[in-house]
Ligand binder design. Structure first.
Ligand code: MN
Length: 305
């Protein structure tokens, strides 16, 4: 077997972006689910860099109801961005464990900075029940975990869009959202304005997973040379993954989720990954973290045969 890339695990045990507890133990739950061993079994070297420490929610005040916990989220996102950039610059594969989906502000800032410096075109496959395209103006809750994809495309507060450098980290035409079924009004407007390719659950049902992934891969292969997968575990139906930040019924099936990962892995284009919103408080015997660890394995090339 050819020497495989080293996977660098970076944990961001954050739940400030959701404003509720639980996802801050997500990285531990994923490790307990045997993530490292699963990846080593695929032939990878794995370097677990541990977690970035986050100040407890209980000792912070919400200063801005439109952008809850902004100062701490901004601080740790900048730290994560720097570490992701270093891993990529040294030729490693960064695997980010969340934490709520605000984690992707930092990961995409770091990946975007690396790609800009190296002249690479970044593409993002966002697998999620939510498009995470709110801004401080449109968000009904002020929870920042509903904003990371907008931030990565340069929309939202300068505090966040400037992390990793003040530029658009990913161009909307190189973004695909899969599994969406809970979309706020402001998000729908921004999706239309930016023309972000969005496969809602209606589209998954209508097109079928195989043909849909052919389309996604065709779109990505045209322009992209660094493919990032951001997997929010709530994309999957809560019957499979009950332990998530924001469960929404009517999600992807077990096989649909794996097929998405297997099809992307086959392209050989995946260069970084986030796993977001594992919430052990709502879970049942760590079933959701085990599922998420299996999804990471599929994304990293595990095949049935
Ligand atoms: Mn999300």
């Amino acid at each position: 077997m050819a020497t495989k890339q080293t996977i660098h695990i970076l944990g961001l045990p954050i739940s400030l972006g959701a404003g509720k507890r639980g996802m801050d133990t997500g990285p531990s739950a994923l490790r307990i689910a045997g993530l490292r061993g699963r990846l080593e079994a695929l032939g990878y070297h794995v370097h677990d860099e541990g977690d970035i420490l986050i100040t407890s929610q209980e000792i912070q005040n919400v200063e801005n109801e439109r952008m809850r916990y902004l100062p701490e989220i901004k601080r740790v996102s900048a730290l994560l961005a720097e570490r992701v950039d270093v891993v990529l610059t040294n030729g490693g594969f960064p695997l980010m464990l969340g934490g709520d989906h605000s984690m992707s502000i930092g990961s995409l800032a770091g990946i975007g900075a690396y790609c800009k410096r190296e002249g690479k075109k970044l593409g993002v496959v966002w697998v999620d029940a939510h498009p995470d395209m709110n801004t401080s103006e449109t968000s009904p809750s002020g929870n920042i975990h509903g904003m990371p994809l907008a931030v990565a495309m340069g929309h939202g507060m300068e505090d966040l869009t400037s992390i990793g450098g003040s530029f658009q980290k990913v161009h909307p035409e190189n973004v695909v959202i899969i599994g969406a079924r809970d979309i706020d009004q402001g998000e729908a407007a921004l999706i239309k304005k930016l023309n972000v390719k969005t496969y809602t659950m209606y589209d998954v049902d209508k097109i079928g997973i195989y043909k849909m992934m052919q389309e996604v891969i065709e779109q990505m292969s045209k322009h992209v040379d660094h493919l990032h997968v951001s997997f929010d575990v709530d994309s999957v139906d809560p019957s499979i993954a009950p332990g998530v930040g924001t469960p929404v019924s009517g999600g992807l099936s077990y096989r649909e989720a794996h097929f998405i990962m297997e099809a992307l892995a086959e392209t050989g284009m995946i260069a970084s990954m986030d796993v977001a919103e594992v919430n052990p408080i709502l879970d049942n015997r760590n079933k959701t973290a085990v599922f998420a660890a299996e999804i990471v394995s599929s994304c990293m090339g595990k095949r049935i045969l």
